[in-house]
Write a protein that binds this ligand. Structure first.
Ligand code: FMN
Length: 176
């Protein structure tokens, strides 16, 4: 059985339509640890040793967040900058993450059709997530097919429920 660490980065979870439900749907799964980074670090000062220790205890890392300016909210970027340090995650002696798997789980305000060469956002989600994919690869991790929920603002409650069920299924598979 694999242990899955979900790192949620959402600066206003109380206003969330989707991420809040995605997270609630996986909290009780065996082998899953949920960390709400903005709740954990209200002063935005990360405990790097603690975060690295948690990485060591898990096999799969999930970066769950709303898509903000084609990237992640600032605290997850801070987490990447500080936690994935030289000698731990990459470089000489930096093999702590080798062989682990990474899943990006994002929600976007833009609808699916807006992501592509002919759409408003001009690039595909895979292209825009390239920095996350390459970060994972540089650290020797396997970058999984991202989980993406598009068009969050116009989703019906039924559609949200379907995405929530799909997310629970995806995370449960990763735990197996
Ligand atoms: C600062 C900011 C930047 C955003 N940038 C993007 C973006 O680049 N692309 C996009 O599709 N949506 C963007 N959005 C919309 C969010 O992705 C959307 O509100 C979020 O996924 C909704 O998730 P939630 O219901 O869990 O809050 C942005 C929203 C904010 C507040």
């Amino acid at each position: 059985m694999s242990r899955v660490l979900i790192l949620l980065a959402h600066p206003a979870l109380h206003k969330s339509r989707v991420n809040r439900h995605l997270l609630d749907a996986v909290r009780d799964l065996d082998g899953v640890t949920v960390r709400d980074l903005y709740e954990e670090y209200p002063d935005l000062h990360l405990d790097v040793d603690r975060e690295q220790c948690l990485l060591g205890e898990h096999d799969v890392i999930v970066w769950q967040h709303p898509f903000f300016w084609y990237s992640c909210p600032a605290l997850l970027k801070e987490w990447l900058d500080l936690v994935l340090e030289y000698g731990f995650a990459y470089g000489e002696g930096g093999d702590a993450l080798r062989g682990k798997r990474v899943l990006t789980a994002i929600t976007t305000g833009g609808p699916q059709e807006s992501y592509g060469a002919d759409g408003l956002n001009r690039y595909t989600i895979a292209q825009l997530l390239a920095p996350f994919e390459q970060t994972a690869r540089l650290c020797g991790m396997e970058y999984l097919e991202p989980f993406v929920v598009h068009g969050t603002h116009s989703l019906s409650q039924d559609a949200i429920a379907a995405h929530v069920a799909a997310y629970r299924g995806r995370i449960a598979t990763l735990c197996a």
